[in-house]
Each structure stands twice: as structure tokens, then as C-alpha cells.
Design a protein around this ligand. Structure first.
Ligand SMILES: CC(C)(COP(=O)(O)OP(=O)(O)OC[C@H]1O[C@@H](n2cnc3c(N)ncnc32)[C@H](O)[C@@H]1OP(=O)(O)O)[C@@H](O)C(=O)NCCC(=O)NCCS
Length: 221
């Protein structure tokens, strides 16, 4: 069997969100890339304390929120329900880790997902519906080979979404994340490969011979 050395392969073409066909429709949502003028509508609920409990950024004013929104527009999507923006998501193309000589082939091959929902519309499965669409945008639209998502372990609603859309828990990190309350909290990372998404049966769990250690179980030596 012959194989092409990976450093002889051309780096894959990289589409962006703006290159895809929009809107994307799910049962209850219309999804499209974010626009600068969306900032004001999003701010009406994004500024609420129950939303900001878990968000990465804490804009202290609408102007700060606007500036931040505009800075991340290339990776932002919004979800509309009955013509109102009720969800904001991130599909951020990222470079995969690679050995230096093959770094060009790893560029942009994965995406990080994120989601935030208007509290007035939470608890109705819309977060899951939105996140499942983000997964499709990453795999089907951007053609990445892997997606990742991370959250505080205490943010049950967010990691439940990751599990409900088929992602695998790949890491529980003890007190790796500083919350703005001043507490060091555990973090979780989930991921999924495109190959697993499209053909789950074809994938076998890797067997590296690493023992699985349950929390609280001391390593024996
Ligand atoms: C995370 C978030 C998007 C979930 O949206 P949602 O529309 O309420 O989610 P869904 O209705 O699809 O529910 C998803 C799962 O989370 C669970 N869930 C929802 N709210 C919950 C809560 N407050 N506590 C525990 N579980 C919760 C649901 O029960 C469901 O799990 P189940 O099927 O096992 O019952 C929303 O809570 C949010 O925007 N939070 C603030 C911002 C945030 O945390 N973003 C993620 C940062 S990593």
C-alpha cells in the first residue's frame, strides 16, 4: 500500500462562515452569521447575571459588548426564534497541534464551539437544537476534522448539551479554570471527530493501555 507523506499534501482549503449558504434552518431556529447590528438586541439579555455567570467575557457596558461582538464576528452565529435573536454561538476554526514540519496541514483543521441562550428561552431544548446546528456548520460547512467544546464542570446545562449532541468527554481538569468569583473550578473538554459523527459504527475506541482512574481512586505504584 502506498501512502503520500503528509508534508507533500497541499494544505486544505479553508472556507469561513461567510462562504456558506445561509440561513440554516432547524425545527425552531433560523441560524445565520452574526452582524454588527445584532449587538444591541443581544445585549438586552446577554448582560443578565445568570448569563454572565458562565460566559468568558464580562462586558461592563453596552459599548464594551459592542466592541467585543464586532471583534469576533468572523466566528459568530446567531439563532433566531420567531424573528428574535435568542442564541449566540461560536464556530471558531482553529489550528490543530502538529509537529512543526507538518504544521501547514494542521492549520484550521478543527473548530471550537460555544453557545449562549437568552434565559427567557432556556430549558426548552433550544440550546441543544442550536448546538447541534453548530456541529453541522463545523463539520458540513467548514469541513473540519474535529470539534471541541469546553466549560466549567459546574455548568451542567452546557456539558449536558455536549453529551446530547454526541460529543465525548475527553478531559476533566482539576481546578484549571479561574472563575470571576475568585474560585478555581474544574474544567471539562468534550470533542468529536467528523468521522465519528458521520459513521459512528466505523470507529473503535482507542486502546492505548492507559488505566482509567476514577476520581478519588489513588494511583498505586
Ligand atoms: C447552557 C445553555 C445554552 C443551555 O441552554 P438550554 O436551552 O437551557 O438547554 P436545553 O434546554 O437544550 O437543555 C440541555 C440540558 O441541560 C439541562 N439543563 C438546562 N438548564 C439547566 C440548569 N440550570 N441546571 C442543570 N441542567 C440544566 C437540561 O435539563 C438538558 O439536559 P437533560 O436533557 O439531561 O435534561 C444556557 O443555560 C445558557 O445560555 N447558559 C448561560 C451561558 C452559558 O453557560 N454558556 C455556555 C458556556 S460554556
Amino acid at each position: 500500500m502506498s501512502s503520500t507523506p503528509i508534508d507533500a499534501e497541499p494544505a486544505p482549503e479553508q472556507t469561513g462562515l461567510a462562504d456558506l449558504s445561509w440561513p440554516l434552518r432547524t425545527d425552531r431556529l433560523e441560524i445565520r452569521p452574526g452582524r454588527e447590528e445584532d449587538a444591541a438586541a443581544i445585549w438586552t439579555w446577554y448582560r443578565l447575571p445568570e448569563v454572565q455567570e458562565w460566559t468568558t467575557a464580562l462586558p461592563r457596558s453596552e459599548a464594551e459588548h459592542h466592541e467585543r461582538w464586532v471583534a469576533q464576528l468572523t466566528e459568530a452565529v446567531v439563532g433566531l426564534h420567531e424573528d428574535e435573536i435568542i442564541a449566540v454561538g461560536k464556530v471558531a476554526r482553529q489550528d490543530a497541534w502538529a509537529q512543526a514540519d507538518v504544521a501547514a496541514q494542521a492549520r484550521g483543521r478543527q473548530a471550537e464551539l460555544g453557545w449562549v441562550l437568552d434565559p427567557a428561552h432556556q430549558g426548552q431544548g433550544l440550546g441543544t437544537e442550536f448546538a447541534a446546528a453548530l456541529l453541522e456548520i463545523a463539520f458540513d460547512g467548514l469541513d473540519v476534522r474535529r470539534v471541541e467544546a469546553s466549560c466549567f464542570a459546574a455548568n451542567t446545562a452546557s456539558w449536558r448539551i455536549m453529551e446530547k449532541i454526541g460529543m465525548r468527554r475527553e478531559g476533566l481538569f482539576r481546578e484549571d479554570s479561574l472563575h470571576r468569583s475568585g474560585r478555581w473550578l474544574d474544567g471539562l473538554t468534550y470533542a468529536l471527530l467528523a468521522s465519528e459523527h458521520y459513521d459512528p459504527a466505523a470507529h473503535e475506541a482507542p486502546a492505548y493501555g492507559l488505566p482509567v482512574q476514577e476520581p478519588g481512586a489513588a494511583a498505586s505504584d
